[in-house]
Design a protein around this ligand. Structure first.
Ligand code: SG4
Ligand code: ZN
Length: 258
C-alpha cells in the first residue's frame, strides 16, 4: 500500500496505527532529544557531500501534506558513520502556524518554527520502496530553522515559488536550486544527533537513520509566515504538518564527537 493509503481511515496521527500497523512500532519518529542523555560518539565524524553545490532544475509541489522538491541529479552524502553513501531523493518541510512552533523533532523540549528533511536512500537502490525494506535503507538529514531579523536571501527563490503553489496538488518550476543553498556552511555541520527511527508519515516505516544538525538556518518571520498560506486538500490552511513526539522505548541518541 502507498504511504498515504490511510488518508481516509485515519485523519489524525493518533489513529494512524489503526490502519498502518507500522505507525504503532517501537522505533518511531519524531522524538524529543534530551541533550544531556545523548552519548558522545567519536565515530560520528564529518560528512562528505558530493554535488550539493550543483544547481539543478526542479519542480516544487504542494503534495497535500507538505512542500516538496525532488532532486533531479546525483547528490550524495557519506561519512558521519553512515557506513555507505546515500543519494538525495527529495526534500520537504514541516512547519507551524504563522511562524509558531512547527518542527517535528524537539531539542530539550524546544520546538523550532520549521524543520527541513533531505531524504536520501542508499546508493544501491533505484527507488525508495526498495530502500524502505532495508532497516538502514533511508537517511534523512534534518535541519531546524530559527527566526531571524533579516530575510535569508538564499531562500528567495523557494519562498517566491511557495507563494505560487498555495493550492493543493499545484506545482511550479524552480529554475535553479542547489542543496547547499538550503543548509548551513560545512563548518557548521559537525555537531549533530543520530538515532534510528522511522518515516513520520504512514506507513511510518522503521528504516530511517536520522541525523539532526544543531546549527539552525535563519529565516525572517515574513519568510516563515509564507508557508501558512498553503492549503491542505480539505481547504484548511496547511499549518502544523508535524507528527506528535513518539516514545524512545529505550533507544539511544548519539551526539557527534566534534
Ligand atoms: C512528507 O509528507 C513528504 O512529502 C513525503 O514525501 C515523505 O515521505 C514524508 O513526509 C515522510 O518523510 O522525512 N518526514 S519524513 O519521515 O519521503 C517519504 C513523499 O510523499 C517517503 C514522497
Ligand atoms: Zn519530513
Amino acid at each position: 500500500p502507498s504511504q498515504f493509503s490511510c488518508d481516509h481511515q485515519c485523519k489524525t496521527p493518533e489513529s494512524w496505527s489503526q490502519a498502518n500497523s507500522g505507525c504503532g512500532g517501537r522505533a518511531q519518529s519524531p522524538i524529543n532529544v534530551v541533550t544531556r542523555k545523548a552519548l558522545v560518539d567519536d565515530r560520528l565524524g564529518p560528512f562528505t557531500f558530493h554535488n550539493y553545490q550543483q544547481t539543478f532544475h526542479s519542480t516544487i509541489k504542494n503534495n497535500g501534506h507538505s512542500v516538496q522538491v525532488s532532486v533531479n541529479h546525483v547528490a550524495t552524502v557519506q561519512g558521519g558513520d553512515l557506513l555507505t553513501g546515500y543519494k538525495a531523493v527529495q526534500f520537504h518541510l514541516h512547519w507551524g502556524k504563522n511562524g509558531g512552533p512547527g518542527s517535528e523533532h524537539t531539542i530539550d523540549g524546544e520546538q523550532y518554527p520549521m524543520e527541513l528533511h533531505i531524504v536520501h536512500m542508499k546508493k544501491e537502490y533505484t527507488d525508495l520502496s526498495a530502500a524502505l525494506k532495508d532497516p538502514t535503507g533511508v537517511a534523512v538529514l534534518g535541519f531546524f530553522y530559527e527566526e531571524s531579523r533579516s530575510a535569508n536571501k538564499k531562500y528567495d527563490n523557494i519562498i517566491n515559488a511557495v507563494q505560487k503553489i498555495t493550492a493543493p496538488n499545484s506545482n511550479t518550476s524552480l529554475a535553479s536550486i542547489s542543496l547547499d543553498q538550503l543548509i548551513p556552511a560545512r563548518q557548521n555541520l559537525t555537531t549533530y544527533y543520530r538515532y534510528k527511527g522511522s518515516l513520520t508519515t504512514p506507513g511510518c516505516t522503521e528504516s530511517v537513520v536520522w541525523t539532526l544538525f544543531e546549527h539552525t538556518i535563519p529565516l525572517s518571520k515574513e519568510q516563515l509566515q509564507v508557508f501558512s498560506k498553503l492549503r491542505f486538500p480539505n481547504g484548511e490552511p496547511m499549518v502544523g504538518n508535524f507528527r506528535p513526539l513518539q516514545p524512545l522505548n529505550g533507544r539511544m541518541v548519539y551526539r557527534s564527537g566534534a
